[in-house]
Design a binder for this molecule. Structure first.
Ligand code: OAD
Length: 263
């Protein structure tokens, strides 16, 4: 995928910055998996049976109607099981190999970053491929598609729920600690494919900025974070990120490309 001409000078500057830093991080959202065929939550095709995620991804919705919530997750598990990482996921995995200390923080529960080869991944909203027993608390990997609805725990017979974070629930304390550590260290934070409206992840970029990181946003649409970003690359992650990884790999091998220097 060729780099758009308007992106070239920004990519060159961002790659040059990344070449000089030791620590960087990325925060990703549903947009990074869109080119893998997985609908975003707030974009076209994201609504399932006209429910907004805020109506289904809550402990209250699950207590009221576990079958309905599981039908939504089963639909999403079906879509994700057919999906493969796209060039955006692959470029983020490549960046981990190019920056000495690179942490990927994702709101996505689909597991595609790991499938693409990223190793240091913090899944702040959990994993759609794990279930947790509401009675005994046991967490297990579960890749059944379709999953029996509702599913029950093999050990104690309790009702299983997806091991994800719902609206109104807190992030796991150890994950939040690791996120804060990564954001404090990061000299650059890439913010990729998130509408930046769901807390606390929506605040991560501003924390990082306050702790000294430069922010680079990759998204086809502006978000509430756009005005705070030092680099704005308006485009799809699968088109922009491979150019960034290639530029960084080139400049590490040869030094910055003088033909790409801005005047
Ligand atoms: P959203 O659906 O809110 O936002 C997706 C973002 O991706 C939008 O800003 C799009 O412009 C952008 N986008 C679309 N296609 C893209 C592409 N090809 N490349 C890059 N960006 C693209 O998804 P999130 O911000 O991830 O939480 O949503 C956050 C949380 O809300 C989710 O983790 C989930 C949801 O409810 C829970 O379920 C708790």
């Amino acid at each position: 995928m060729a780099t758009k001409p308007e992106h070239a000078p920004i990519l060159a500057k961002l790659a040059e910055l990344l070449r000089r830093v030791r620590q960087a991080a990325a925060l990703t959202g549903a947009g990074v998996s869109h080119e893998s065929g997985i609908p975003t939550f707030r974009g076209p095709g994201g609504l399932w049976r006209n429910f907004r995620p805020e109506e289904l991804a809550t402990p209250q919705a699950f207590a009221r109607d576990p079958r309905l919530v599981w039908e939504w997750y089963d639909w999403r598990r079906g879509l994700i099981s057919q999906a493969w990482p796209n060039p955006g996921h692959e470029a983020l995995a490549a960046l981990e190999g190019l920056v000495p200390d690179f942490t990927l923080i994702t709101q996505n529960v689909d597991g595609l970053h790991t499938l693409a080869g990223s190793r240091r991944v913090l899944e702040v909203h959990g994993s759609i491929w794990e279930v947790r027993c509401t009675a005994c608390g046991q967490v297990k990997a579960d890749r059944r598609v379709p999953i029996p609805i509702p599913p029950y725990c093999n050990s104690c017979g309790g009702l299983l729920r997806p091991n994800v974070v719902w609206f109104g629930e807190g992030l796991a304390a150890d994950v939040l600690d690791a996120v804060q550590h990564a954001l404090k260290q990061a000299q650059v934070l890439l913010v990729v494919g998130t509408s930046a409206v769901v807390q606390p992840a929506a605040s991560f970029a501003l924390w990082a900025k306050q702790w000294g990181a430069k922010l680079a946003e990759i998204n086809p649409e502006p978000t509430p974070l756009t005005p705070h970003c030092d680099f704005v690359l308006t485009g799809k992650s699968g088109e922009v990120l491979p150019g960034l990884a290639a530029e960084l790999a080139f400049s590490q091998a040869h030094g910055p490309d003088p033909s790409k220097k801005s005047p």
